[in-house]
Design a protein around this ligand. Structure first.
Ligand code: HEC
Length: 191
């Protein structure tokens, strides 16, 4: 009897000491806000790197420049905004319905203005509180999306110089580090 009790205690003690391996499916879901923050961290890192270490670097050394007509003009780079839009299109092609775009209260391309009043409010909110995303839920056809708008800052002089000089830019006095617009990320919520 005594031996049996000892064995049972040993089993209990060792099983409470052995770390139990958790499967991702055992855990509660990651909130959409956090998923959007993860995606944002990656997109922003790529966008900043491309602008500073590819576009700005090539322009500074007179190698080449970035321009809208990069597809037809083989020796120019895609604009940072086009890099982002093209990668969003590729992400959509995976079928995962994750999408993102740039918007602004002073868009060079009128198609990049806020789609509605809620997006306009989101842009104003991230301009005042750049550290905090503006979140919402939007519907497109049968699909509901979680939407997060993040501040899009002028991380380099190249952002400012190009926008201020662009003939179609409604604002000509952007300064470095200013919030120039917003990065909208939309991820599908369960149907
Ligand atoms: C070489 C020029 C150039 C550079 C550099 C550049 N942009 Fe732009 N940006 C543009 C053009 C042109 C568009 C419009 C693209 C389109 O047709 O949708 C645009 C689009 C945008 C938009 C969407 C609203 C709009 O104006 O249409 C935002 C926001 C934006 N850029 C912010 C930035 C930031 C921040 C940087 C630096 C990280 C940057 N841009 C670098 C030229 C530039």
């Amino acid at each position: 009897m005594r031996t049996l009790l000892c064995a049972a205690t040993l089993v209990l003690v060792t099983s409470s000491l052995t770390p139990r391996l958790l499967n991702a499916s055992d855990l509660p879901g990651i909130p959409p806000e956090t998923v959007a923050d993860y995606i944002h961290a990656v997109i922003e890192a790529d966008r900043t790197f491309y602008t500073i270490h590819v576009v700005e670097r090539q322009q500074k050394h007179g190698v080449t420049t970035a321009a809208e007509n990069w597809r037809t003009k083989k020796n120019v780079l895609p604009l940072p905004a086009q890099f982002l839009m093209e990668s969003s299109d590729l992400a959509m092609k995976t079928g995962l319905k994750v999408r993102y775009r740039l918007i602004s209260l002073w868009p060079i391309n009128p198609g990049n203005g806020p789609y509605n009043e809620a997006e306009k409010n989101g842009l104003e909110s991230v301009r005042q509180h750049p550290e905090q995303s503006a979140t919402n839920t939007v519907r497109d056809g049968d699909q509901t999306y979680f939407q997060a708008i993040y501040a899009d800052r002028a991380v380099s002089q190249a952002c400012v110089t190009c926008h201020n000089a662009h003939p179609k830019s409604p604002k000509k006095n952007f300064i470095v580090n200013e919030v120039m617009g917003g990065l909208v990320i939309e991820i599908p919520l369960a149907p």
